[in-house]
Design a protein around this ligand. Structure first.
Ligand SMILES: NC(=O)C1=CN([C@@H]2O[C@H](COP(=O)(O)OP(=O)(O)OC[C@H]3O[C@@H](n4cnc5c(N)ncnc54)[C@H](OP(=O)(O)O)[C@@H]3O)[C@@H](O)[C@H]2O)C=CC1
Ligand SMILES: C[C@H]1O[C@H](OP(=O)(O)OP(=O)(O)OC[C@H]2O[C@@H](n3cnc4c(=O)[nH]c(N)nc43)[C@H](O)[C@@H]2O)[C@@H](O)[C@@H](O)C1=O
Length: 318
């Protein structure tokens, strides 16, 4: 069977990451892709996941399903960020193992690394120090996923790989101001303020933390690369290798959107980790690197936001 005819299940295919992976594979001619919404398949249910694997028998699984959110959502809802992520990934990883899936790609996040780890963050820094408190719940779930895939690889020699992307953005992002990450939040806040006679925009924290941003279509290319190659290691960072301060990001988005008002920094909101720049040497040496500049990525995402403003998703957490 040609690789492009293999049955590939993309868990979370309606989300920002899953939909980008789906688009990328479709464009390359992969003809047997499956996705299920959370209404069609509740991934927290072990029974339902097991039944799905029995019926569908996928060859390859990409896990882009998770409880995801920005700094405030992570800080305010520790239980779902820990428990839902453990449940979803445990069910998928264990079913993939039992059903002898030939390749499994697990998506985690740069927050798995210790808060004060040496920068740029190398894969070897995992479990060398305390985590950032605003997202330790989510990070612990993701670390468990990385370790489960590593254990299966070590004990059974199976091709289970974990990718740790930096902060992502792009089409189908979450623009809900209570639960979103900073980049979509800034697009929405500056756009709404521009429409409101260039009213002031309130942003969170001090503006001094540094973050690295990767366009989700670049991440999708990294996933395709890992899908098409037998990787030497179990864990790879995915990023651009460059970062900027939150204040610099605000200025870039303000300029792109065309807002002329003031920016107010709300110091009652958390800054989170001071810096989390990825060392992407391992994946670059294997043959992948990011291509989309932050400037062009933000412009394209802003255009997508304006076009889709009436049908944006709202992510509520309880
Ligand atoms: N966004 C970011 O900045 C970053 C994301 N990542 C990782 O990328 C992955 C995807 O994130 P992203 O695309 O941003 O997240 P989204 O919130 O956009 O998408 C998550 C997807 O997971 C599905 N899902 C969530 N819970 C369940 C459930 N209980 N049962 C079935 N499906 C479920 C949702 O399905 P439905 O829509 O049908 O409800 C949704 O499609 C995650 O693993 C995340 O950790 C890593 C680094 C940064
Ligand atoms: C991907 C990653 O995402 C999260 O970590 P984070 O990077 O800290 O999250 P963030 O994007 O929400 O914020 C980045 C910075 O930006 C500042 N900030 C300013 N103004 C707004 C604002 O309006 N909204 C938000 N959300 N942040 C704002 C904010 O105060 C912070 O200093 C984790 O959930 C973690 O689990 C994870 O994996």
């Amino acid at each position: 069977m040609s690789a492009k005819d293999k049955k590939i299940y993309i868990a979370g295919h309606r989300g920002m990451v899953g939909s980008a992976i789906f688009r990328a594979l479709e464009k390359l001619g992969y003809s047997n892709l499956i996705g299920k919404s959370s209404i069609e398949l509740e991934l927290k249910s072990q029974k339902d996941v097991e039944q799905f694997f029995q019926v569908e028998k996928p060859d390859i699984v990409i896990d882009a399903a998770a409880r995801v959110g920005g700094i405030l959502a992570n800080n305010n809802y520790p239980y779902p960020f820990l428990m839902e992520n453990l449940q979803i990934q445990n069910n998928l990883i264990d079913a993939a193992h039992k059903h002898n899936i030939e390749k499994f790609i697990f998506l985690g996040s740069s927050c798995i690394y210790p808060k004060l780890a040496e920068q740029p963050l190398k894969e070897e820094s995992l479990l060398t120090g305390p985590l950032e408190p605003t997202n330790e719940w989510y990070a612990i779930a993701k670390i468990a996923g990385v370790k489960a895939c590593e254990a299966i690889r070590k004990q059974f020699g199976k091709d289970f790989v974990s990718l740790m992307p930096t902060n992502l953005y792009g089409p189908n992002d979450n623009f809900d101001l209570n639960t979103s990450h900073v980049l979509p939040a800034m697009i929405r806040k500056f756009h709404d303020a521009k429409m409101n006679d260039h009213a002031p925009v309130t942003l969170w924290g001090s503006g001094t933390p540094m973050r690295e941003f990767l366009h989700v279509d670049d991440l999708a290319q990294a996933v395709v690369f890992v899908l098409e190659n037998r990787m030497e290691n179990h864990l790879y960072n995915v990023g651009t290798g460059t970062d900027l301060t939150i204040k610099e990001l605000a200025e870039l988005i303000q300029h792109t959107v065309g807002h002329n008002g003031n920016i107010i920094w709300d110091s009652s909101k958390p800054d989170g980790t001071p810096r989390k720049l990825m060392d992407v040497t391992k994946l670059r040496e294997a043959g992948w690197e990011a291509k989309i500049s932050l400037e062009s990525g933000i412009l394209e995402t802003y255009q997508w936001f304006v076009k889709n403003i009436s049908k944006l998703k709202e992510i509520k957490i309880s």
